[in-house]
Design a protein around this ligand. Structure first.
Ligand SMILES: [Zn+2]
Ligand SMILES: [Zn+2]
Length: 313
């Protein structure tokens, strides 16, 4: 499987402001020496050596993740503003998919607000199938797209829409075994585990990891143990996570602890705080690396989920 991040920000879309852009350009110009621009090769080398928060961005769109199964089928998680970018990219790369399963973690706006702008929902012959374990959730999805909040309701979508309420413990979807688990978050949020061909990964955003998640119960072990990739909410610094107890989010060091206990091979920090500039988010990654080093453990490898990033599982 491969995982592509189309939206990694928490809570609200966070575009770069003109002021931020100007200060980045100024910081780059300050670093240039005559030898850095002496040739095309020198210019490229200069750019690649810049810190990632100057030559790039973690991205400002809210949650949307594209999964490609081993045989190339698509599964989507959440419809935050990143799903608009996904739709544009699918069209640009000439993708011929017509069936779009969308697993919903929960119904907060930052996980649904891109849906009215997902162009593939308006194409006749396409099918969009939503999945959530929440009973009666179709109304939640329909409510967020209707006048006066949006010019049209979901009947304007020409694709065939279906709402599946997940029952039991697992679902076979596009050749992938999917399971789910309710996480600690205001109003509840569901984490999903995907397994195919002996590989697995977990997507758990809007989740405040607590003691119960560390318990080595049979159910926890079945869901959390031994994944190749754990994508986990890491919105706040540890200080803020303590201050914002019960707000439903985790800190990078807690995420490292959790990934270590459940032996995840790789941890991707996700749902970045909109008030943090990119530089601070990269600092959180360094904190996570430092903390892992302090624990003297080789696993997990810790990365920052960034818009456009593709991870193989
Ligand atoms: Zn969220
Ligand atoms: Zn939420």
């Amino acid at each position: 499987m491969t995982v592509t991040f189309w939206g990694v920000r928490g809570s609200i879309p966070t575009p770069l402001t003109p002021k931020q852009l100007r200060s980045r350009i100024a910081a780059v110009v300050q670093r240039v020496t005559p030898s850095d621009i002496a040739s095309q090769e020198a210019r490229e080398r200069f750019l690649t050596r810049l810190p990632p928060y100057l030559f790039g961005s973690v991205g400002g769109n809210t949650t949307c993740v594209e999964i490609r199964t081993d045989d190339g089928q698509i599964i989507i998680i959440d419809a935050g503003s990143g799903i608009r970018e996904l739709g544009v990219d699918l069209a640009n790369r000439g993708d011929t998919s017509t069936a779009f399963p969308i697993l919903i973690t929960h119904f907060h706006w930052d996980h649904l607000q891109g849906l009215p702008f997902f162009r593939h929902a308006y194409i006749p012959g396409n099918s969009i199938t939503f999945y959530s374990p929440v009973r009666g959730y179709a109304e939640n999805v329909r409510h967020q797209m209707q006048p006066p909040f949006f010019p049209v309701d979901m009947s304007a979508m020409n694709a065939a829409l279906e709402f599946v309420e997940l029952q039991g413990a697992t679902l076979r979807l596009a050749g992938v075994d999917v399971s789910w688990r309710k996480m600690n978050h205001p109003g509840g949020s569901y984490a999903y585990r995907f397994a195919q061909g002996g590989k697995s990964f977990i997507f758990a955003t809007d989740a405040e990891i607590n003691e119960a998640d560390f318990e080595k119960s049979e159910a926890n072990t079945r869901f959390f143990a031994d994944t190749d990739l754990l994508i986990l909410d890491a919105q706040y610094t540890l200080g803020e996570a303590i201050e914002k107890y019960d707000w439903g989010h985790t800190s990078p060091s807690m995420a490292v602890d959790f990934a270590g206990v459940w032996k995840a091979k790789r941890l991707a920090l996700f749902h970045h705080e909109p008030l943090y500039e990119d530089k601070k988010i990269y600092r959180l990654l360094r904190t996570a690396h430092w903390y892992k080093h302090h624990l003297e453990t080789a696993q997990p490898e810790v990365v920052l989920a960034q818009e456009g990033m593709v991870l193989g599982v």
